[in-house]
Design a protein around this ligand. Structure first.
Ligand code: AMP
Length: 230
């Protein structure tokens, strides 16, 4: 697979809930100076701000179901339009269905861009469940895990001292629903992007640094690139 050209790269992080898309997406984008676009984070921010979008999305999120494609596609389109097209972007949690992937392709094509690489992060079900059940995040979006990456003081963010949040949709019943939705609606994207020749698989079971190194390699920037410090 060719090395991706430097400007305006579009990388998709694909994988089951709990596989580490958020943690790795933030790290990859910081390391490379790219934008990190997490539709889950955008929806949670809309919910917190009490916008019409947030209110519409709420019931789907709380049930562990997907927010309708048209709502999500509009959200991402607006977000991408507001950022310079020369800037690389890491998409985390989007697309999650084949129609979303098709819409993304069309939005990018309008700007002469395309999806450069799709990284499928993979981990076994046992690891996923442990990661999700241990996940805690700060209001500012820093993600911890009580098993693998705990804060220095239990329950509080190292950076801001704010109390950490246990997401409502990280509770066991909703997690099971989210995993089922992933297998049904999102897993077909593996075949979709594989057929397009842009899919790379990365083992997501190792520790954070090891997965990060594999991810950098998978997006073709491990060697010889100018990398900002993390
Ligand atoms: P995440 O933080 O990526 O796990 O997303 C949390 C929840 O937001 C999901 O369970 C969905 O309800 C909703 N969501 C996030 N991204 C999408 C998307 N691309 N399509 C539909 N729903 C989404």
């Amino acid at each position: 697979m060719d090395t991706i050209p430097p400007a305006g790269r579009v990388i998709i992080l694909l994988g089951s809930p709990g596989v580490g898309k958020g943690t790795q997406g933030i790290r990859l984008s910081r390391t490379m100076g790219w934008a990190h676009v997490s539709t889950g984070d955008l929806l949670r921010a809309a919910l917190k701000a009490g916008t019409a979008l947030g209110l519409e999305a709420r019931r789907f999120m709380e049930a562990g179901e997907l927010v309708p494609d048209d709502v999500i596609v509009d959200l991402v389109r607006e977000h991408l339009a507001a950022m310079p097209s020369g800037r690389g972007v890491v998409l985390d949690g989007f697309p999650r269905t084949v129609p979303q992937a098709e819409a993304l392709g069309a939005v990018l094509a309008e700007e002469g861009r395309r999806v450069d690489r799709v990284v499928l992060l993979e981990a076994g079900e046992e690891v996923l469940v442990k990661r999700i059940s241990g996940r805690r995040s700060s209001p500012g979006g820093r993600v911890y895990n009580v098993h693998f990456d705990p804060p220095r003081r239990a329950g509080y963010c190292d950076d801001t001292g704010e109390a950490l949040i246990h997401r409502a949709d990280d509770q066991p019943e909703t997690v099971r629903k989210r995993l089922a939705v992933y297998h049904e609606a999102t897993a077909p994207l593996v075949g979709y992007y594989d057929a397009g020749g842009v899919l790379v698989r990365v083992d997501g079971e190792g520790d954070i640094a090891r997965v990060q190194a594999a991810l950098l390699e998978a997006v073709g920037v491990a060697h010889g690139s100018t990398v900002a410090s993390d």
